[in-house]
Design a binder for this molecule. Structure first.
Ligand SMILES: Cc1cc2nc3c(=O)[nH]c(=O)nc-3n(C[C@H](O)[C@H](O)[C@H](O)COP(=O)(O)OP(=O)(O)OC[C@H]3O[C@@H](n4cnc5c(N)ncnc54)[C@H](O)[C@@H]3O)c2cc1C
Length: 575
């Protein structure tokens, strides 16, 4: 193993650790910053915010993304909101309470020092974004509005209708563009990182491929930051964008960075149910809908074919309100997801395939009026209608759990550095202290805390010792890494079998959803362990990737999921 697994939590009381750490961390002087080069892989909320902030500080930054523009990073899909403990509602919230809820949301596995820091910084994020012009929803008085999210009994979620991620990303993108214009950040769109380069045990660069021209390039740097997102698409059907993939973190893993808790996947209870065999993507209906929607199924199996409006109150089972009265419909995501699966397993699921439960707004519309509901969730109702053809103002929505978010990722210490010196990991790509990002509206908080506030303060601790040490991209290590990448691509192109990479990905995803999904048992996990190597073997003997490597080749890109996930389900993950 490279490096150590020392979390390097600073000494002192919990609420003073971060301040003390910053006071005693090493600094890099402004004159020296422009001599240091940082690679940032990812331009979502985590990567974009850190690239902009480091650029503003005067470092030389190269920022990579595989989309045509940073604006299309998957962060744009975030709908519901971002948490902070401003206590504008005067409902008893505080930094401590946000810290406590987050620790509890992570099943008490999280590193307390990091989570406390996250809760403290959350308020700064809101101020930062407001200063950038992010149009958060406001009360009539002008104060920022809040709504509730699962796993919390206070209202602390800041939102911009159902487009919070998009608005936050636009704020971040403006900051990034300012740096691009001033020459501190160089953007590399349509560029995929295919390997990490380690020189003398330190992360010093990456190998990339231009997705348009197929051109391979070497980039050397004094530190490498991965903000490359999560791996939810391993399940094939998920709420993630189709392009989201695990290449960057997986390549880092192959070069020695350790993965923490890859089995920790969030299943979101509020998604549009699967509608057919040829679907390639699932759609989230934001958790915020559970503020006003009531979840139910018929009490009797035989009623599940009846139109919902013909099932009287007495025959409905509002199972979340019944089982978890203190949180009701806002029970945490894992609890709500399992509860939905249970009622469907009992044969009380609704809709085609009987894998669905109702999310009903009739009471809220009666209480608040249709206009208020439209104002709060109009775009989500619109999306739902576009996909299902049903009008959720008139009939209840149908929802079912889906893979949504990954809490595992590359292990990092208090400074967000992996066990490989010089390799930093932020946002969904890191393990976020075993689930500290698990509650709704915490992932955006974590990504922006990492990017705007934590890493810009902790990176100098490492960089201060790196002056003048950057290796040349012509060095033997870069040569070897590029050679390895070319050899891997060639091997893939040479298989020349009969099946598409997508068909392997689909088969793998279904297997994982069935055996390693929402509920797991020993028998299922062992079956997955047996079948995955068989599928991997078949992949390397029968995959067909048309075209060549030196060109625009979507099929080649498409193999990234299938080939990279196989080796990662290991015996150790079964425990
Ligand atoms: C539908 C949906 C709704 C959500 N709603 C919420 C919400 O309301 N509140 C909340 O807190 N969280 C929400 N989340 C979770 C949250 O949106 C994500 O966790 C977060 O945006 C991830 O940000 P990121 O910057 O870490 O990664 P991403 O936004 O996924 O960005 C990854 C970046 O890395 C780049 N990249 C990846 N691999 C490579 C490579 N090999 N080479 C080059 N570039 C690469 C990509 O191009 C991209 O720029 C939601 C998630 C989904 C799916």
């Amino acid at each position: 193993m490279i490096g150590t697994l020392d979390p390097k939590v600073p000494p002192g009381p919990l609420d003073q650790k971060w301040r003390n750490h910053r006071d005693h961390s090493r600094l890099v002087s402004p004159n020296n910053r422009r001599k240091l080069e940082i690679i940032v892989v990812g331009s979502g909320l985590a990567g974009g915010s850190v690239a902009a902030t480091l650029g503003e500080l005067g470092y030389r930054v190269k920022c990579f993304c595989f989309q045509d523009s940073p604006r299309r990073a998957h962060s744009i899909a975030a709908q519901g909101g971002i948490n902070a403990a401003k206590n504008y509602q005067n409902d008893g919230d505080s930094v401590y309470r946000l810290f406590y809820d987050t620790i509890k949301g992570g099943d008490f596995r999280s590193r307390e020092a990091n989570v406390y820091r996250l809760a403290e910084i959350a308020n700064n994020i809101i101020d930062q974004c407001v200063a950038q012009g992010v149009p958060f929803a406001r009360e009539y008085s002008g104060y920022l509005a809040n709504r509730s999210f699962g796993g919390a009994q206070v209202s602390r979620t800041f939102y911009a209708r159902g487009q919070t991620g998009q608005q936050l990303l636009l704020g971040c993108y403006q900051a990034l563009c300012r740096q691009v214009a001033s020459g501190t950040v160089r953007m590399f769109p349509y560029t995929e990182m295919l390997d990490l380069v380690i020189v003398n045990g330190q992360a010093n660069g990456i190998i990339t491929r231009n997705l348009r021209s197929g051109k391979m390039e070497r980039h050397a740097a004094d530190a490498v930051v991965l903000g490359s997102g999560g791996y939810g698409n391993v399940f094939y059907l998920s709420t993630n964008a189709r392009g989201s993939n695990v290449t960057a973190t997986y390549r880092a893993y192959k070069r020695g960075a350790l993965f923490a808790n890859p089995s920790f996947t969030q299943i979101h209870p509020t998604c549009i149910p699967v509608s057919g065999d040829y679907q390639s993507k699932l759609t989230l209906m934001s958790e915020s809908l559970r503020n006003d929607g009531r979840v139910w199924v018929p009490k009797r199996k035989e009623d599940r074919f009846k139109p919902p409006n013909e099932i009287p109150e007495a025959d409905r089972d509002y199972y979340l309100e019944r089982k978890y009265p203190s949180y009701g419909n806002l029970a945490p995501r894992d609890i709500s997801s399992r509860a939905a699966k249970e009622v469907c397993d009992e044969g009380r699921g609704v809709g085609p395939g009987a894998r669905g439960v109702y999310l009903d707004f009739a009471d809220a519309i009666k209480r608040l009026g249709v206009e208020t509901i439209r104002e709060r969730y109009g775009n989500l109702f619109h999306v739902y209608k576009k996909i299902t053809g049903e009008d959720a103002y008139k009939v209840p929505m149908r929802i079912y759990p889906a893979v949504h978010y990954t809490m595992g990722g590359l292990w990092v210490d208090y400074d967000l550095m992996s066990n490989v010196p010089g390799l930093f990991v932020i946002g969904e790509a890191n393990f976020s202290d075993h689930g500290a990002n698990r509650l709704g509206a915490s992932a955006l908080m974590q990504g922006l805390a990492d990017g705007y506030f934590v890493l810009p303060n902790t990176l100098p601790n490492y960089l201060a010792g790196q002056m003048g040490k950057r290796p040349s991209p012509e060095s033997a290590e870069f040569e070897q890494a590029e050679h390895d990448v070319r050899a891997r691509l060639e091997k893939l192109l040479k298989v020349n079998g009969t099946r598409s990479a997508d068909s392997f990905h689909r088969e793998l995803g279904l297997l994982l959803w069935d055996k390693v999904g929402m509920s797991r048992n020993e028998q299922g996990l062992r079956e997955a362990l047996r079948k995955i190597p068989e599928l991997r073997h078949e992949f390397w003997h029968d995959v067909r990737v048309p075209g060549d490597e030196e060109d625009y080749n979507q099929s080649l890109e498409g193999t990234r999921w299938a080939r990279r996930r196989f080796p990662r389900i290991r015996r150790a993950d079964v425990h």
